[in-house]
Design a protein around this ligand. Structure first.
Ligand code: DGJ
Length: 747
């Protein structure tokens, strides 16, 4: 009984909704109720409601399943003082809590005002609806400071929130903390919290724990998004939320610099998630008349479990975030890449690259990419970064003959760059030592023998755009793999506005954290505007820079340098919680792997087919049989690629909890589905468990096309309900066996 009650009350912050008629259509994304000082935001199957309480404070009122068009939640009312230890400001679920009036839970904003005051009381001033966007303006009761809160609804079922902090006075405010949003969940018990952590070679590890009183902090202090944590969260309910059912509140940030997400569970059982810029070592001087905008924090709700939450995010990314060329609703699916890094590292010439390209074309590759080592004096990682001119020793006639040959083989051409870095052993550094991030009296900390360029500097930004533009203009380059192989140290910038070598101002220099990322975004945006067909992969020693900020301007991601087929399943399982398979580049590489594991070629292919298939193995060493198998598997992949990359993903079995690992993808229009099935090791002569499919039409008939006819010997035409309820039996045997089954819906 208690559980049933909890389920009914789960989504209202105050109490159950009242029902009164409203003239506004259910299709309306933003439904203001001016007489109640409330705004109803509908996004897909979710509704989010905010309202102004009797004290003029903006309150979170509801976040849950879509309310009926006539459903109204009670008007906002601040919570009474529970005891002298709890100011109402601290217990009332504020929409954008600023430090002040006795608030002690995590705050979204903390400023020092020009007159030394460190408190803010933000009260409602105005609201404006523009299409599917709502802007609410809050104003401090004393100081000339306004906060503009933005809400953008997306039909996929997601709301983006961000803020703009505006100084309407003359003096400067010092901002110490500026989050994009605080998301309040319904007060209650029995929540579970999921988040992603990792490391180099082991990114996107999924964590799950009961939500405990106190705070769980996920963040980056590395200057970029980081391997250690990814800006995504998900909160479900114990005993209710599964992969395919139950409530899930989830979200992710669009920022590729230092970020923080604090998931908090207060002593009064209120879950709160606050995220945006990381307050660590943060300062922003907000001059009179200036504004600071925070990154977008996207969040959604579903009652379809963790799988549906991922599918919503995937659709959001495909339709609203990723760069598009042309009018199509989704970006075009990823080509099959060959990348030479694992085969040759930096030890290559134009001739050896051509030998690889010839093999790659034979197995069906569509894009050939030369990785690190083509420029400057780059024979190993000690030198060359910063000198972005083609090495004559490796390419005596420049890149043109190689690119021409790649084109003649029917592929397009891509190349690796690492624009934000410099080796001390480079002409660039000898010419501009001041361009590296630094505190002048400190030694640099080198990582991989390289330093960070200070991209906050306008001259570095200009130089970077110019050489990238020249490289792409002078060569027929379709694709850049944009790498980033170290984290920040010595984040000094004594030429920052407000600082100088003679009068360094540490607070002013901290602007480096935002400016470097903004300039990165600008360089990519300008480059793409000038070269609209250019595609870009975000890489940072694997998956160190994956977030919705970089994905607005790059087409795909290299999720990990670890290509071991077993480890990759865990990494890819975690990755797909938060990001679409279309962006998840996965190469088939040589064995033994990084973990010294020997795995059959087909198994490696089937694992890589979970995302955007690529090849990184040394094809010049492949036997004829391996080349033939590779050609067969790439050809097969091309028949299901759009479904895998843009379809609805059902994670049927988790590699984290069981032996079989299975992913199923259903095309958006339902015409095709594909099952990728893997077995790590057979035990006790047990058969492979029956696989029950998901997400297809129970009333439709499907023609089954197995990748390996000997591994599926069932009927050729089967109904959707049988496939989902009775399932299919596959003959996977022994260790590291794998197969795929395609379902084509019959008319
Ligand atoms: C790190 C990347 O993750 C690798 O794929 C490769 O591009 C190397 N950098 C090259 O230095």
């Amino acid at each position: 009984m208690l559980k049933a009650l909890a389920a009914v009350a789960c989504c209202s912050f105050v109490s159950l909704g009242l029902f009164v008629p409203s003239p506004v259509s259910a299709q309306t994304a933003v439904r203001p109720q001016p007489d109640r000082q409330q705004w109803y935001l509908n996004a897909g199957k979710m509704t989010y409601v905010v309202g102004v309480n009797e004290q003029g404070i903006l309150q979170s009122l509801y976040w849950g399943p879509k309310l009926s068009d006539r459903g109204l939640v009670p008007v906002a009312k601040s919570l009474p003082e529970r005891a002298s230890q709890y100011a109402p400001a601290a217990t009332t679920p504020q929409e954008y809590p600023a430090f002040g009036a006795g608030i002690f839970p995590e705050t979204a904003l903390k400023v020092n005002s020009p007159n030394g005051d460190r408190t803010l009381i933000l009260k409602y001033e105005s609201a404006k609806v523009t299409g599917s966007q709502l802007e609410i303006v809050l104003k401090d009761t004393q100081e000339p400071l306004r906060v503009h809160l933005y809400y953008q609804t997306f039909p996929e079922g997601v709301l983006a929130r961000w803020s703009r902090i505006e100084n309407t006075g003359k003096g400067s405010f010092g901002i110490e903390n500026a989050a994009s949003a605080t998301w309040n969940l319904p007060a209650g018990t029995g929540y579970t919290h999921r988040w992603l952590t990792g490391m180099w070679g082991g990114e996107f590890q999924l964590n799950e724990e009961p939500l405990k009183t106190g705070k769980s902090v996920q963040e980056s202090r590395t200057g970029h998004t980081s391997h250690e944590a990814n800006p995504w969260f998900s909160i479900g309910k114990e005993e209710q939320t599964t992969e395919e059912a139950g409530p899930v509140w989830f979200g992710e940030l669009g920022w590729s610099g230092n970020w923080q997400i604090v998931t908090e569970y207060t002593s009064l059982r209120q879950p709160r998630v606050t995220g945006g810029y990381n307050p660590f070592d943060f300062h922003w001087t907000l001059a009179g008349g200036a504004s600071l905008e925070t990154p977008k924090f996207y969040a959604g709700y579903t009652d379809g479990g963790d799988g549906e939450a991922s599918r919503i995010l995937s659709q959001l990314q495909l339709r609203e975030i990723l760069p598009k060329r042309g009018e199509a609703r989704e970006p075009k699916p990823r080509p099959i890449i060959y990348n030479s890094w694992e085969a040759t590292e930096m030890n290559f010439t134009g001739e050896t690259q051509i030998a690889l390209a010839e093999r790659a074309a034979k197995v069906g590759v569509e894009r050939f990419v030369i990785d690190d080592g083509w420029f400057g004096k780059r024979d190993d990682d000690h030198a060359g970064l910063g000198d972005w001119t083609i090495t004559p020793k490796k390419f005596p006639q420049g890149l043109k003959p190689v690119i021409d040959r790649v084109h003649a083989l029917g592929m397009d051409f891509g190349i690796w760059v690492e624009p934000e870095m410099v080796n001390p052993d480079s002409d660039l550094y000898r010419q501009h030592p001041e361009w590296a991030m630094q505190f002048p009296n400190r030694e640099h900390s080198e990582e991989r023998h390289q330093l960070m360029l200070n991209l906050a500097r306008p001259d570095v930004k200009e130089w970077m755009f110019n050489w990238l533009d020249k490289l792409v203009s002078e060569n027929d380059i379709a694709f850049l793999k944009w790498d980033y192989n170290r984290i920040w140290s010595e984040p000094g910038w004594n030429m920052a506005p407000g600082s100088s070598p003679t009068h360094p101002n540490p607070d002013a220099e901290k602007a480096i954290y935002l400016e470097a990322v903004r300039n990165l975004y600008d360089v990519i945006d300008q480059l793409r505007a000038k070269h609209p067909k250019l595609e870009i992969e975000s890489c940072s020693s694997g998956g160190g820079r994956v977030d919705l900020g970089i994905l607005e301007r790059t087409d795909e991601v290299w999720p990990s340098d670890n290509t071991d087929a077993l480890d990759r399943q865990d990494i890819q399982f975690g990755y797909t919680q938060a990001y679409t398979s279309q962006t998840m580049v996965a190469w088939v590489t040589d064995v033994p792997s990084m973990d010294h594991r020997m795995v059959p070629l087909q198994y490696r292919f089937v694992v890589a087919m979970q995302g955007a298939l690529g090849i990184g193995a040394n094809l010049t060493k492949f036997s004829d049989a391996d080349l033939a198998l590779s050609a067969k598997l790439t050809e097969f992949y091309k028949t299901v690629r759009t479904t895998v990359q843009q379809g609805r993903l059902y994670r049927l079995a988790s590699p984290l909890t069981g032996d079989p690992s299975q992913m199923e993808y259903v095309a958006e229009d339902g015409s095709q589905a594909v099952l990728l099935a893997l077995q790590h090791s057979q035990r006790l002569r047990l058969p492979y468990p029956t696989v029950r499919l998901r997400g297809i039409d129970p009333d439709a008939m499907y023609r089954l096309r197995p990748l390996d006819p000997e591994k599926y010997t069932g009927e050729e035409v089967v109904s959707g309900s049988v496939l989902m309820d009775a399932g299919v039996n596959l003959k996977l045997e022994g260790d590291y066996d794998s197969t795929a089954l395609v379902l084509e819906r019959l008319p």
